[in-house]
Design a protein around this ligand. Structure first.
Ligand code: ACO
Length: 311
């Protein structure tokens, strides 16, 4: 029961033509994009917090400057994404208000603590690595402003993944204590990284519609499988152990089979009850409130400039 307008819209998507900000689109398409892009934007800026924890304790000046650059990149990604969301007619203030009130979602992964320096390695390698796998297809998604923002984001994410793996390599070539630290980080980040891809296809409520609109080009389980297939050989190269007793390579399919994900943990984090949900939100709200004087100054300055122009 699609109307003519909606049929024409779907036909353009099926042909691979990008939808642009001023084009007609169904309300539900607009809403889905605002939901996903804003969740994505929030994830980028909340994602700065776990790594921010280690800036003052990076082991060398070089590691510190790399980490700082990476964390600044994440702020930039948040800005491109908030801008992409704004093209759909929502304001940044509304989006931030939804984040700060706890109404908006952001990625589950950023609600886990960063306990050691090895976590900086594991995050860059596994978390940014998973982000790349999820986001490369988004460069070809149907909404032009989102697809274009993803191109630069993915380039920067690959630098992040490389710096993370480089930290892991150094630790694994180091003392037994350093290698044990790397294994501990892998143990804690492995399963939450698999959860980043979202619920199983059977439980994913938004997938079918998002696939029809070419917002999703691959399913949650397909991308999760890709992550496992790509990462297990990297774990072996480091001389570390995958924290999954059920993991085995299936020579017939060419894929790794892996154990059951603890979905109760995932759902619990989404409900706001992960190890760091409250702390992350408090930190964001405090940063926003502490920045009020600066936003006020910008408005006062803009008013003054406008008054000068009018005079
Ligand atoms: N953390 C928090 N919430 C999640 C996660 C997750 N890892 N995975 C799924 N969800 C939420 C969905 O947002 C959705 O909630 P909503 O309907 O209230 O918005 C619900 O769980 C059901 O999931 P799906 O039906 O599978 O939802 P969707 O089709 O949106 O797929 C996915 C989820 C794959 C995360 C998709 O939104 C996506 O590709 N987003 C863009 C990438 C992104 O946001 N990455 C952020 C982390 S990477 C980084 O920033 C470094």
């Amino acid at each position: 029961d699609m109307g003519a307008e909606e049929q024409a819209f779907q036909a353009r998507i099926d042909e691979g033509i990008k939808i642009e900000a001023k084009d007609w689109m169904p309300d539900a398409y607009r809403k889905t994009l605002i939901r996903q892009i804003s969740q994505h934007a929030h994830s980028e800026i909340v994602g700065q917090l776990p790594e921010g924890n280690w800036v003052t304790r990076a082991p060398t000046l070089k590691r510190k400057s790399i980490l700082l650059a990476k964390i600044q990149d994440e702020a930039g990604h948040g800005l491109y994404l908030y801008s992409a969301a704004e093209t759909l007619g929502v304001s940044r203030d509304e989006l931030l208000a939804a984040l700060h009130s706890g109404k908006a979602k952001y990625s589950s992964i950023f609600n886990y603590p960063t306990l050691s320096w090895a976590d900086m390695g594991a995050i860059g390698w596994l978390v940014d690595g998973s982000a790349i796998i999820n986001q490369i297809p988004l460069c070809r998604c149907s909404y032009g402003p989102y697809a274009r923002a993803m191109i630069r984001v993915c380039k920067e994410e690959s630098f992040h993944a490389r710096q993370g793996y480089d930290i892991m390599m150094s630790l694994c070539k180091g003392t037994p204590a350093q290698k044990a630290m790397a294994q501990d980080a892998l143990n804690r980040w492995w399963w939450p990284s698999l959860m980043m891809f979202g619920p199983s296809d059977a439980a994913s409520v938004n997938s079918a519609q998002s696939a029809q609109w070419r917002i999703k080009l691959f399913s949650n389980d397909e991308l999760r499988q890709r992550m496992v297939d790509q990462t297990v050989p990297q774990i072996e190269y480091l001389g570390l152990t995958v924290p999954d007793p059920d993991l085995k390579f299936n020579a017939e399919t060419g894929h790794y089979e892996f154990g059951e994900i603890d979905w109760s943990e995932f759902n619990n984090v989404l409900k706001g009850n992960g190890p760091c949900n409250r702390e992350r939100l408090q930190t964001r709200v405090k940063a926003y409130e502490d920045g009020a004087w600066f936003r006020d100054a910008l408005v006062a300055y803009a008013d003054k400039q406008a008054a000068v122009k009018a005079a």
